[in-house]
Structure formats: structure tokens, C-alpha cells
Design a protein around this ligand. Structure first.
Ligand code: NDP
Ligand code: 2IT
Length: 448
């Protein structure tokens, strides 16, 4: 592990002691702290005023019971979470995740990352995250609706367009946001469009929000390529996952002249050297809610059950599924196979050991999720702007805004990395630039 400044070590130890059993949260904090040594050397006041310690403590954490009735009439029970982490820059903003693995440590890691990601966008949004251990797989629309209604029946009292604005994440897409918004509207008797983002286009949603995380990821990589006079033209790309982020990353790679040769879900991966047929993937995943194995069967492509998608040779790797999906062995394989860029579409998909392999490899550049996938939440903030002005923008205009935000994030990562003695490190640049914006706002507001 990278050596931390002594005072940061004691703050980190305090975080471990105050938050036992939350491995993913510890990992996310450690990753940020590893970038902060040159910052506290220049600005010890961030430690003296305990702004770093305060940043690691959520402003508010809500945990609640979510009872609902399944199609057989049986009562089911889940746990709901919302961690309102930091509101120095704006209302809490961040997605909701519905997945059986969700517990407080996952929600806190995501909420913590969200603070810095949202700061990097330059838009007025604080950081938060929520979700439930509810598993939508195999559930009917009616069951998902009843679950969402019960979830919102508690959560609504904590939300508001100036307070806390959730959106989607794993297991939460347009269908769920619709049910959640409907219940919020019923309970509050307010048509408060800006309380959720990722809404449908006909009722307050923004064009480009569906595509934004995947497109933004690829815009970011395009900037990385341009920085060395390169482009996507002719590049072989592997994208893990086959959900919202993965699908629209593939779409943009293909538009820019690259070829995606493999995608995955939690059961395995497909390899299609001709290039992934995105219409078929969209039909299987967005319409039929099927499995990636169906793609292989219908297209005559190869399906590998289990296994590691990172064994597939590529020039560019985009992990777009989930946390810790890319480990040290996978990283070594990617480097050995000549991969030149790894950019995280998902949140914290690379393990710390994998990141060390990337940092040590002179032939590969690595960029972290909080910079690369910030296009999703940035476009959510654009949806909030449209809602606030009761306006809606064209696809082209919104897409241009997204592309220019991603360019700014890319450039500010590199400029900040230079300034703090870590030239070329997108990780240091992203962590430091995000941290400084939030920390300065907190300092200005007194002991909050
Ligand atoms: P989706 O639910 O649409 O898709 C998730 C994909 O990842 C599915 O293919 C799923 O496979 C796979 N996956 C999920 N969990 C696991 C697991 N434990 N092991 C293997 N595969 C898994 O989610 P999104 O595309 O929205 O999110 C993907 C990632 O991007 C997450 O890390 C999320 O936090 C991050 N992100 C999302 C944003 C957004 O706007 N949606 C914005 C920024 C980041 P299966 O169906 O088999 O579970
Ligand atoms: O991780 C993320 O940035 C998201 N899931 C999107 C959050 C948002 O509020 O759009």
C-alpha cells in the first residue's frame, strides 16, 4: 500500500474504529487518503480544522424497514438505506441501488465516492447514496411497484428538490424511478419534478440521461486518447456488465470507430469478435430482462460461464458492472495482453491490488470511476436545471453539455495532478480536485 502521511494514518485508523465491518467504505476512504499526502503537506489546516475527519462522517444516515406483499400474498421484508453524506456544495445527490448485496458499508462507500465525483462535475450537488437489499431479479412489475411504493412511503420525508435528490444505480432504472416518483407525488400532493432524476422523457426527464454514464465514460476515454494524439479508431474494447452504463458505453465506442468484442453479466461473459450487436443486447437486457447467455445462443457467439472477462485481449478495458470486479490477476493479464487504457465506468470496480499493478505498468493508463463515470450524475444535475426552469433541452444541446463537462473533468484531473507533483495520475488529480472543492466550501461555512 502507498505510504500515508502520519496524521492521515491516525485519521484512517479512527475511521476503521468508528465504522467496523464496512470493508468497501474503508477501501473507498483509503483510496482518497492515498492521494491526499501532498495536499496536507501544503495545507495542514485541512487536518487542523478536522475537515478531513468530518468529511468521513455522514451528515445523516437513515435505515428503515421496507415491508411489501409479493404476488402470492406473502409478506416480504427488506431493509432500506439513505446516507446523506455531504451537502456543502448542494442538495444530497446520488443513486439508489437495489441488489441483495446492499448493506450500510456499500451505501457508505458509494456515498463517499459520490461527494468527490459530484464536486468534480463543477455543478451544485452534494453527495449521497441509498438503496435496499431487495433483489429485483425474477420479480414481476407489480412486485417491483409494491416494493418501490413501500420504500418511498418512508423515504419521501427525507427528500426534496433542495434537500436530497435520488436517481438510479444497479437494479434501479426508468421503471423504478417511475414507481418511486408516482408514490412521492401521491404522498406529498406536489408535482415536484426535481426530487428525482432519471425520469421518463414525457414527464420531466432529460434527454441523454439514460445514455449519460456510458457516453460520458467514453468521452472521458476519448480525451485520454486525444491527449496522446490517439483515437478510438480501430481499437478493440472490452466492456464488463450489460446494464445501463455498459450498454451506452458500447454504443458510443461503436460511434467513435472502436469495436467492443466482449460483455458480461453476473453469470458469465460473451465474446463476439465481429463486434457486439447492440440492438440484440438492448432487446435482451432492456426489453426482455434476460441473460447475457441468451445473446450467445441467439447470435452464435461464445459464452463463457463464470470466468474472467479480462482474459479477453483488448486495447481498452471498461469495467462497467460492479465494485471489486477486476482483481490483481485480471490486472496482470490486461497489462500482459497489451491493454493501454483501463477506465472505470462502474464505482470502484478495481481492487487496490489491481490499481497497484496499473500504476506500476508504464504501458497502461488508468482512470478512476469518480472522474470517468461522472457524466451520469452531471446529466442528472442538468435534468434538475431543466426541471427548475420548467424547460427541456434538445438531445444535441444536452449531449454537448455532457461532452464539455467530461472534457473539463479530464483536464482538471491532469492539471491538479501536475500541481500536486503526481503528473499523469488521473487518480491523484480526481481525488485532490474533488476534495479541495468540498473542503474549501466546508471551511467557509464554519464548523459544520
Ligand atoms: P445495472 O443494474 O443496469 O447493470 C449492472 C450490470 O452489472 C448487470 O449486467 C449486472 O449483471 C452486472 N453486475 C451487477 N452486480 C454484479 C456482480 N456482483 N457480479 C457481476 N456482475 C454484476 O446497473 P448500472 O449499469 O446502472 O451500474 C453499473 C455500475 O455503474 C455500478 O457500479 C454503478 O454504481 C455505476 N454507475 C452507475 C451510474 C448510472 O447512472 N446508472 C452512474 C455512475 C456509476 P446481472 O444482471 O447478472 O446482475
Ligand atoms: O454512481 C452514480 O453517480 C449514479 N448512480 C448516478 C447518480 C445520480 O444522481 O444521477
Amino acid at each position: 500500500m502507498t505510504v500515508l502521511d502520519d496524521r492521515l494514518v491516525s485519521v484512517y485508523d479512527e475511521v476503521l474504529a468508528r465504522n467496523p465491518g464496512e470493508a468497501e467504505f474503508h477501501q473507498a476512504v483509503r483510496e482518497v487518503f492515498e492521494s491526499l499526502t501532498p495536499v496536507v503537506a501544503k495545507h495542514p489546516e485541512y487536518l487542523d480544522s478536522a475537515v478531513i475527519q468530518r468529511l468521513c462522517e455522514p451528515e445523516r444516515q437513515i435505515i428503515f424497514r421496507v415491508p411489501w406483499t409479493d404476488d402470492k400474498g406473502q409478506v416480504q421484508l427488506n431493509r432500506g438505506f439513505r446516507v446523506e453524506f455531504n451537502s456543502a456544495l448542494g442538495p444530497y445527490k446520488g443513486g439508489l441501488r437495489f441488489h441483495p448485496s446492499v448493506y450500510l458499508g456499500i451505501v457508505k462507500f458509494l456515498g463517499f465516492e459520490q461527494i468527490f465525483k459530484n464536486a468534480l462535475t463543477g455543478l451544485p450537488i452534494g453527495g449521497g447514496k441509498g438503496g435496499s437489499d431487495f433483489d429485483p431479479k425474477g420479480r414481476s412489475d407489480a412486485e417491483v411497484m409494491r416494493f418501490c411504493q413501500s420504500f418511498m412511503t418512508e423515504l419521501y420525508r427525507h427528500l426534496g428538490e433542495y434537500t436530497d435528490v435520488p436517481a438510479g444505480d444497479i437494479g434501479v432504472g426508468g421503471r423504478e424511478i417511475g414507481y418511486l416518483f408516482g408514490q412521492y407525488k401521491r404522498i406529498t400532493n406536489r408535482y415536484e419534478s426535481g426530487v428525482l432524476t432519471g425520469k421518463g422523457i414525457g414527464w420531466g426527464g432529460s434527454l441523454v440521461r439514460t445514455e449519460a454514464t456510458g457516453y460520458g465514460t467514453v468521452y472521458f476515454v476519448d480525451e485520454m486518447l486525444k491527449a496522446t494524439g490517439d483515437s478510438f479508431e480501430g481499437k478493440k474494447v472490452v466492456v464488463s456488465g450489460s446494464g445501463n452504463v455498459a450498454i451506452y458505453a458500447v454504443e458510443k465506442v461503436h460511434q467513435l470507430g472502436g469495436t467492443v468484442v466482449a460483455m458480461s453479466d453476473s453469470s458469465g461473459y460473451v465474446v463476439d469478435e465481429k463486434g457486439i450487436d447492440l440492438d440484440l443486447i438492448k432487446d435482451i437486457k432492456e426489453v426482455r430482462r434476460g441473460r447475457i447467455a441468451d445473446y450467445a445462443a441467439e447470435r452464435g457467439a461464445t459464452f463463457v460461464q463464470g470466468g474472467s472477462i479480462w482474459d479477453v485481449p483488448c486495447d481498452i478495458a471498461l469495467p462497467c458492472a460492479t465494485q471489486n470486479e477486476l482483481d490483481e490477476n485480471a490486472a496482470v493479464t490486461l497489462v500482459k495482453n497489451g491493454c493501454i487504457i483501463v477506465a472505470e465506468g462502474a464505482n470502484m470496480p478495481s481492487t487496490p491490488e489491481a490499481i497497484r499493478v496499473f500504476v506500476e505498468a508504464s504501458t497502461l493508463r488508468f482512470a478512476p470511476g469518480k472522474a470517468v463515470n461522472a457524466g451520469g450524475v452531471a446529466t442528472s444535475a442538468l435534468e434538475m436545471q431543466q426541471n427548475a426552469s420548467r424547460d427541456s433541452w434538445s438531445f444535441e444541446y444536452t449531449d454537448q453539455r455532457l461532452a464539455s463537462i467530461m472534457r473539463d473533468i479530464h483536464d482538471s484531473c491532469l492539471a491538479t495532478a501536475d500541481e500536486f507533483g503526481a503528473p499523469g495520475s488521473y487518480t491523484s488529480g480526481a481525488n485532490i480536485a474533488g476534495f479541495i472543492r468540498v473542503a474549501n466550501a466546508m471551511q467557509a461555512m464554519g464548523v459544520i
